[in-house]
Design a protein. Structure first.
Length: 320
């Protein structure tokens, strides 16, 4: 659906699926049930009389069980059709009141910000940290705060890990090896903590950026593609998971996140003013979540991104 879609265009699509039955009665081909799905009905073309012919076409069909042929002006009684329509409730719906009374309305709100943060944080942590990293962080938190253990799962994990460490110590009693392993474990644990902190900041920054862009840029007939929903969030984090591995450095993660924000959000803005407003918003969010992190801010504010869509498979083959 866009600003050029009118009643005539939709009627032609419907007429392609009709067959004559008798007299003025028409039905769908094969006498099957047909569903006509129309997305963003409020964006239909507005004519010179400030009306939307598509809205009136649907209303007439539902009210009278038929339509007039736009060229021959013959009445057509049309059966076996059901309309499924989506509209943006943030815009004025006064022109649709006569039509909406015929529909069963299901209103879907955007998920809460904390729910989105929880969903995508768990996905990123599982992909980047892995089971081992999450278990190590859970064990550390359990050791530092033993009063928090209340579930059987946590107790079981702690017992197994403790037993493993005890067994390892018994097998290799060398103090040198123990010191080396403790040092290695401490370094790995510190890296996992830094990764988790950065991933949490990335998720919260992305969710807030997406929500504030949705409030800042309302979709119109000229900007129908200005959509900032959960779909955009899913696409961004999916691209991160495709390109990153548990061995990826923090700099690589930040570079790629910056790149995805540019291509997913900034690239869809159609004029320079909108892009400047986006850049100002992006700068504000980066400084909010990466306060006193000079190196991270330099990476996220770098305007020279050199990523591509090449992927390296396990066999070493490059795919576009």
């Amino acid at each position: 659906m866009n600003r050029e879609t009118d009643g005539l265009f939709v009627y032609e699509k419907i007429d392609e699926q009709l067959q004559w039955k008798h007299s003025t009665y028409y039905t769908t081909k094969g006498n099957r049930k047909m569903f006509c799905f129309i997305d963003d009905l409020q964006l239909a073309k507005i004519d010179r009389s400030n009306c939307q012919s598509l809205v009136e076409l649907i209303r007439q069909h539902i009210d009278s069980n038929g339509l007039y042929h736009p060229q021959e002006f013959n009445w057509q009684h049309i059966d076996n059709m059901t309309y499924v329509v989506t509209i943006n409730s943030n815009q004025s719906l006064s022109k649709l009141n006569r039509l909406l009374k015929h529909f069963h309305i299901i209103e879907m709100d955007m998920s809460l910000e904390e729910d989105l943060v929880s969903i995508f944080t768990k996905l990123l942590n599982r992909h980047i940290l892995g089971d081992f990293g999450e278990n190590q962080l859970t064990l550390k938190e359990t050791t530092e705060h033993p009063g928090r253990i209340s579930t059987g799962k946590s107790s079981t994990t702690t017992t197994i890990t403790t037993t493993t460490l005890t067994t390892t110590t018994a097998v290799d009693p060398s103090s040198t090896n123990i010191a080396f392993k403790e040092k290695y474990s401490t370094q790995a644990l510190k890296r996992f903590e830094n990764l988790r902190s950065i991933l949490d900041k990335i998720v919260r920054s992305t969710v807030e950026l997406n929500n504030r862009l949705r409030d800042l840029f309302q979709p119109t007939n000229q900007r129908i593609h200005y959509v900032f929903s959960m779909k955009q969030l899913t696409q961004l984090f999916r691209n991160l998971c495709i390109s990153l591995t548990p061995e990826s450095s923090i700099d690589d993660i930040l570079h790629l996140w910056h790149h995805e924000c540019i291509w997913l959000y900034q690239a869809k803005l159609i004029d320079q003013i909108d892009q400047q407003r986006y850049q100002q918003l992006y700068l504000t969010i980066v400084k909010k979540y990466f306060t006193n992190m000079i190196n991270e801010q330099q990476i996220l504010l770098d305007d020279k991104q050199l990523f591509s869509n090449l992927q390296v498979t396990e066999s070493g083959q490059l795919n576009l």
